[in-house]
Design a protein around this ligand. Sequence first.
Ligand code: AMP
Length: 821
Amino acid sequence: FCFAIVNVFLEMCRYPLGMTGGQIQDEDISASSQWSESTAARFGRLDFDNGDGDGAWCPGITSETDGLKEYLQVDLRSLHFITLVGTQGRHADGMGNEFAQRYRINYSRDGSNWAGWHDRKGRQVIEGNRNAYDVVLKDLEPPIIARFVRFLPVTDHSMIVCMRVELYGCEWLDGLMSYSIPDGHQMIFRGLDVYFNDSVYDGATAERLTRGLGQLTDGTWGLDDFLHSHIYSMWPGYDYVGWNNKSFPKGYVEMIFEFDHVRNFTSMKVHCNNMYSRGVRMFRQATCYFRSGPDWEADPVTFRPTADRVSQIARFVTVPLGDRTASSIKCRFHFSDLWMLFSEVLFQLSFDLTGDDPTHKVDDSNTRILIGCLVAIIAILLTIIVIILWRQVWQKMLEKASRRMLDDELTARLAVQTQAFSSHHSSSSSDGDSTSNSTYERIFPLCADYQEPSRLIRKLPEFAQSTEHLEKTDKALANGGLEGAPHYAEADIISLQESSDSSTYSITAVNINLFAGTDSSMKEFPRHKLTFKEKLGEGQFGEVHLCEAEGMLDFLDEDLSIEGNNESPLLVAVKTLREDANKNARNDFLKEIRIMSRLRDPNIVRLLAVCVDTDPLCMITEYMENGDLNQFLYRTEPEEKEEKSMVCSRKLIRMAAQIASGMKYLSSLNFVHRDLATRNCLVGKNYTIKIADFGMSRNLYRGDYYRIQGRAVLPIRWMSWESILLGKFTMASDVWAFGVTLWEILTLCEEQPYSQLSDEQVIENTGEFFRDQGKQVYLPKPACCPDKVYNDLMLSCWRRNAKQRPSFQEIHTQLMENDKH
Ligand code: AMP
C-alpha cells in the first residue's frame, strides 16, 4: 500500500513548473552573464522560440575558468519538490547550433546556502543535449527540495553553449527547510556491511548533520527487509537512516526540524522499519518540543505508539502534534531495541490562517488582479456550496420519505421520539445546549442525526446511482438478522425507564416483557461505608476506584455468586462521575446505570448498588481483578505469548467464548451493545471475562474512536459497514464487532485493527464492503488463529449480508466445540 503511495507521489509530482508555460516570471530567471541582450536569461525557456530573442540563454564566456561558473538561475518563489529537469539547445529555426552536452545543477532553499546536486552514487555531471533541438529529460534521483535552481553548463572554451530549460515537480507544502540528526551508523549483519548513513544529505556533515535535507525527505520509503532497496544496485541498508542504541547513553535520538516559517502542525508521520528478529524496532516513545521564537517551549508533546511484536512490516507511525504552532520542532525518539531505522519523515499541517509566507512575495502590480480573481473564485465557490447544500436538503427529505415507506416500525419509533421531544421540549431545551457541547458523545441510534444514511455514504460516488440497491439492502437489514427483533433495544430500555410518567412512550411498553421479573431499581448504598483503596483507572466519566464496601453482602441480601463473607468487607469497583461533568455526561452516566441494573449474567459485569442521592454520582460494580481485557492481553509477557501461540490460543478461544456467552444473553434480550471490543471487557479471577461499558468510551482508547461531523464519536474499526454507512446497529452489527474483538484477542491486542489504514481509509474500506466488488480488505488471520476459526467463524462475522452472519448462539456453540478439539 505504501509502495503504491510512494510511486504515485513520485510519479505524480512531475508537473512543468512554468518555464515553458510562462508561470515563472521573466524577473525570476537570471544568469551569471549573457552573450548579448537577445540571449538573456529570460530566453532560456524550454520549447520557447520567442521572436524577440535569439532562441535561448547563452552565457558570455570570457575565459575557460569563468566558463565553469556560468549559470542560469530560476527562482520558483517557494519551495518545490523537483523530480525532473529538461534541457534543450539553441535551435532558432535552424539558425543556431549551440547546446550544453553536459551540465550540473546547484540549488538553494534560502538563496544563500547552495548545494550541488549529485546522484545516488555521487556523480554531479548530467549528460545533456546532443543537438540543438531535442529536449532531453533527466530524472533527478534523488529529487531536490529547493526554491532556487541553477543550471551550470559544463563546457570548455572552444564551445559556445546555449540552454533552454524546464523544471518539473510540485510544491513542497511541508515548508521543511532542513533537519538536523546524528548521522546513521553501520551494522554488520552476518558478515555483511549494512550502511544506514544519510547518503544524500545536502547540508553540513560534521558530528551531526545540520542545515540540510536528505533521505528522510526523498519521497522513497524503505522495504520491510532493510537489506534490500527500491533502488537498483545500492548497498544494503540504503533506504534507511539508522542508529545503534549503544551510541546513545540517554536512550534517544534527537532530531531538529526547521521550517520556513511558523506553522500549525497536526501530526508527523515517521516511516520505521520493524524487523525485530534482527534487533530493529520502531521507536518506543517520541517527545517533541516546539519553538516559534528563540527558546524551546516547556510543554512537549509525548507519544507512545503501540508496540508491534507481531508484524515485521515497515510502517508509518503517526505522531500527533496536537495542532501546535512552531517554526522548529525537536523530537526525541526513544529506542525500544538495539536499532532504530527511519526512511521518511512527513509533516501534516492544519490550515494556517495567519501564515504569511516570506517566500511568497506578491507582485504589487498584480495584487489587484489577484484579489479580484480571489473574490471571483470565492463568489463561485459560495454559489456552489449553496447549490450543494440545497441539493442535500432535498436529498435528505427524499431519503427520509423513502425510509419512512421502507421501515414503518422505525418511523413509529421516530414519531414517538419526536412527540416525546415536543412534549418535553420546554423541560429539555437546556439539555440541547449541553448536547452540542459534548466532547465525547457516543452515538445513540435514535439520535436523529445518525438515523438517516450517514453523510459518509454520499461520499461514495456510486451512491447516487445505486440508491435502489441501497434501499434494498436497507430494507433487508431493517427486516433481517433477527426476525421481528427491535433494532434498538438499548434505546427501548432507556425509554422504558423514562416513560414511567409519560404516556407518550407507551409504544415502548411492548418491550417490558424483555425484562420481566427483573428489578430495575438499584438500591442506594450508604456512601460512608465505602473505603477507598486505590485508583483502578480513568474513563470519560471520571475515575474508577477500588473500594471496600462494608456490609455489602447483607445489603445485597442474596447472591451467592458474589464471593466474600460478611466478616471482611467486599472489594468493589466504584465508578464516579467527575464533578465538572456537564448535564449530558450526567444523563449518560444515569443511562448506563439504568441499563446495567437490568442485566444479570455471569459474563456481564454486575452493577451492585449506586450512590445517586447526592453528588458525586457513583455506581458500584463487582471488582474485576485483572482490569480490562485489552491491557490484560497486551501486558502478557513475551514468553507467555510464545507458550500461548504453541498451545495455539486455547485459553484465548475460551476467553472469546465467554464474551460470546455474554452476548448470547444480551441478544436474548434484543439488547444491542454497539461498542463491543476488548477495551470494553473486564478480566476477573481465573480468566473470567465479563462484558462492561454500556456507557462511554475511555480516554485511554481515544484513538479507537472516530469523530464524525464534529459531534458523534464512533468506534469505526469495530463497526459493520451498515452501522457506519446506514447508522444501523443490530445484533448482526454486534456480531461484526465480535469478529473484530476475536481478532484482537487472537493477536493479543498488540495492534489496533487495520492499523495500517487511517480513519478515512477505514471508511473507504467500508465503502468497499458496501460495493462488494472484492476490493474490501479483511483483517488478516492472526498468527495463532486456527484456520477453522478464521475461515468459518471470524470471516463469517464480516459477511456483507447481515442475515448471513452467525448468531451469538451459533458463535458460542462453535467456539465451545473448537475448545473440545
Ligand atoms: P471505564 O470508565 O469503565 O472505561 O473504566 C476505566 C478503567 O477502569 C478500565 O479500563 C479498567 O481498567 C478500570 N475498571 C473499570 N471497571 C472496573 C471493574 N469493575 N473492575 C476492575 N477495573 C475496572
